[in-house]
Design a protein around this ligand. Structure first.
Ligand code: 3H9
Length: 698
């Protein structure tokens, strides 16, 4: 046994208990402990073995921190072999989540019992992997191919009840798991039930299974375009239905190793840890606790305010939604209700759930209703004076310890804090549109924001299901500051010779959820136009960066909302179509600026747009605006549709090699607009020293 695995007997039952916080992952010492315990159990006079975990969950899978390092015996395969070949029947008793290698381990036990609240799943696909410990071969034998396809390609866990229906578990215990497992074991002994290996269950692929596999291949090719793990998963599942168990297992092993070597998995594993690191604030005083928040106030029932209110209401918070007049409130509420109706129609929510959410929502025009809120988020029009007035008013109405947050995208949190008598309790909480859908929340630290305020904003963000990343104060914070450079390069690629569709296709083929031109049309080209109107020529920068956008707006092409922007939009299907009228505007704009178009390759488009992000990201990191390079990746992957399987702009740079990044930026400096391509000093330094972005900020 090892410190993390113990064994004791109770009557006829041998008990193996794993206790390896935080999530009982299958680290080397856990694997060794299980093998040792099984050996002991084989030699004593018990009749049956129960394997369970202490702590908050059953085994959450292989230990991801061991991936990419030299393997240490015993391998997981040896543990599974020891379970299957054990002379006594083994029952896995599951609470919390049995995930990945954790569930696979239970499939090598003879029986499985679970608590009502337990969940089981094979989420490896989210790490660019596939279940590599027999999951693709054993799960379909128990649950059928259709269920296995769904669970393994989506990575979504299922509840204990669904697992019972799918025959993945044999019993669900309503009460104490220990007692339930003991009763189950005693019943097996009484009935003389013995070993029962999943691998022995026959599996033959039906015509429906074959059709489902091929249909899933097509849908996945579209939905998860460019991703390799999901297709490899389907190969393994096909092998399960067509080959012998041993052959299938060998095919799974080869496919798992291919995934492990694939840069996509390295990127997704990077993001797994990045997401968890982003929620942590460096240098926070030990013992800092978030303030309790039960009642939130939202100012402004527009698109953003409404979306934010939905997030809180559906996470069980009491929400007071304030707007200046009844009309604004009614409009906002009807959008919220319409959104929920769509969710009901699509089967994502039940009518009862929605009723509950709406009950949490208290719309009002009376600011005095904010007297006892714990946190307020202001989401009014982007105007500093207006926002300062709101903060002043909130400061007067709300209790002294209420945290005042702004959803601003650009304004200075310090300027807002200055309008109050509690600058330490002022913070930015920057949501992304649509706020009820997008996972990212940038928590923006003002100069005076206290640790408690930041910890509270982070904790609340997590509670409403957001992935939080901390940003320091600068214009546009992390995400939008970088976006300007990305957008500029997209615009310049078009001015130099690419069509908007070429730019979008290049980025979408590379993996972006939506190309930059299509995003511009979705957001509305008039927004940038109006913002530019407030700027001096110098602030606007060279005309070539924005002249085309201006010309489109002047031609009434505001984007999707006016039916046309960089594209025209089919009024029935809303599908985007290339528009000869745009080509004419582009030609005229190039002529006005004296540009002779050239051919711009797909590779150049991708390099320019991604390296523009990474270069500005490096500046943001060096200035301490971002705590870590991986936080920047989190911002881009969760807030800007950056492909997760690429790991984020900083990971892309790191994976490419910082010297190659610096060389390419220098080449752009010499061949394109030089002022746009000055290597960030941090990148230059790290490239010369052979350093890593991952070490900055630690
Ligand atoms: C696999 O199994 C491959 C096999 O098929 C084949 C092998 C041959 N390893 O998420 P949390 C850490 S692949 C190492 O904040 P929660 C995590 O980094 C694996 N560490 O908690 C964090 O550390 P820190 C398939 C892990 O309560 C801490 O635990 N399994 C692992 O919100 C707490 O995590 C998965 O993909 C791990 N496997 O959620 C499951 N898991 O405190 C991955 C977590 O330093 N895990 N950590 O930041 C999860 O989905 C969630 O962690 C879980 C708990 C739902 C379990």
């Amino acid at each position: 046994m090892t410190a993390s695995v113990s064994y004791f007997t109770h009557g006829q039952i041998g008990n193996i208990v794993i206790d390896s916080p935080p999530v009982n992952a299958l680290s080397q010492h856990v694997r060794q402990g299980i093998v040792d315990a099984l050996q002991t159990a084989a030699g004593d006079d018990t009749q049956i073995v129960v394997l369970r975990c202490e702590g908050r969950t059953f085994i959450a899978g292989a230990d991801i921190t061991e991936f990419g390092k030299p393997p240490q015996a015993p391998a997981l395969a040896a543990v599974l072999e020891a379970l299957e070949s054990h002379p006594k029947p083994i029952i896995a008793a599951i609470h919390g989540t049995a995930l990945g290698g954790g569930l696979e381990l239970t499939l090598c036990c003879d029986y499985r019992v679970a608590t009502t609240s337990a969940k089981v799943g094979l989420p490896e696909v989210n790490l660019g992997l596939l279940p590599g410990a027999g999951g693709t071969q054993r799960l379909p034998r128990l649950a059928g191919l259709a269920q296995a396809i769904d669970m393994i390609t989506t990575g979504r866990p299922i509840t204990a009840r669904d697992a019972l229906t799918a025959r993945v578990v044999d019993e669900v215990c309503a009460g104490d798991l220990g007692e339930g497992a003991t009763k189950f074991a005693e019943a097996l002994i009484d009935q003389g039930e013995g070993k029962r290996l999943t691998r022995d269950i026959p599996l033959r692929m039906s015509d429906e299974d074959t059709a489902l596999l091929s249909q899933t291949r097509d849908t996945i090719a579209k939905r998860l375009k460019g991703q390799t793990a999901p297709q490899r998963i389907l190969d393994c599942l096909e092998a399960a239905g067509t080959l012998t168990f041993e052959e299938g297992l060998a095919a799974e092993r080869r496919a798992f190793e291919a995934c492990m070597e694939d840069p996509q998995s390295a990127a997704l594993r990077h993001l797994f840890f990045a997401e968890r690191a982003a929620g942590k604030i460096d240098g926070m005083a030990a013992g800092t606790k978030a303030q309790p928040v039960k009642h939130a106030g939202i100012i402004g029932a527009g698109t953003m305010g409404g979306g934010i209110a939905m997030c809180f209401a559906q996470s069980g918070f009491r929400v007071t939604l304030v707007d200046q007049d009844e009309d604004g409130l009614d409009r906002g509420l009807s959008i919220i209700k319409k959104n929920y109706e769509i969710s009901i129609k699509r089967g994502r929510l039940s009518a009862e759930q929605v009723e509950g959410f709406l009950r949490n929502l208290e719309p009002t025009t009376d600011w005095q209703q904010l007297q006892d809120v714990d946190l307020v988020i202001e989401a009014v029009f982007e105007n500093l004076e207006l926002k300062q007035n709101v903060f002043q008013k909130l400061d007067e109405i709300c209790a002294a310890d209420t945290i005042l947050a702004s959803n601003t995208s650009y304004q200075s949190i310090d300027a807002l804090a200055a309008a109050t008598n509690r600058p330490d309790r002022v913070v930015g909480m920057h949501f992304f549109s649509p706020a009820n859908v997008m996972r990212l929340l940038e928590v923006v630290r003002g100069e005076a924001s206290s640790d408690i305020t930041l910890a509270t904003a982070m904790a609340v963000g997590k509670k409403i299901g957001k992935v939080c990343a901390l940003s320091g104060m600068c214009y546009g914070f992390i995400g939008n500051r970088m976006l300007r450079h990305y957008g500029r390069e997209a615009a310049l690629c078009v001015m130099e010779g690419a069509s908007p569709a070429q730019v979008d296709q290049a980025m979408e083929r590379w993996g972006m959820a939506m190309g930059p031109m299509a995003v511009g049309d979705l957001a509305g080209l008039d927004i940038g136009y109006r913002a530019r109107e407030q700027l001096s020529d110098e602030e606007k920068g060279p005309r070539v960066n924005y002249l085309l956008a201006d010309r489109l707006v002047e031609a009434g092409r505001l984007g999707q909302k006016s039916g046309a922007g960089y594209y025209r939009y089919n009024p029935d299907t809303r599908a985007r179509e290339e528009d000869p009228a745009v080509a004419e505007i582009i030609t005229a704009t190039r002529a006005e600026l004296g540009i002779t178009p050239r051919s711009v390759s797909e590779e150049e488009i991708v390099d320019r747009l991604t390296l523009a992000l990474a270069n500005e990201g490096a500046r943001i990191l060096e200035e301490g605006i971002a705590q870590r390079a991986s936080d920047i990746d989190v911002v881009y992957c969760f807030g800007y549709g950056f492909p997760r399987f690429r790991g984020g702009p900083m990971h892309v740079a790191e994976a490419r090699g910082l010297q190659s990044v610096v060389d390419t930026i220098n080449r752009f400096h010499d061949t394109l607009a030089a002022e746009n391509w000055v290597v960030a000093p941090l990148l230059a330094r790290l490239a010369t020293q052979g350093g890593s972005l991952a070490d900055i900020g630690l």
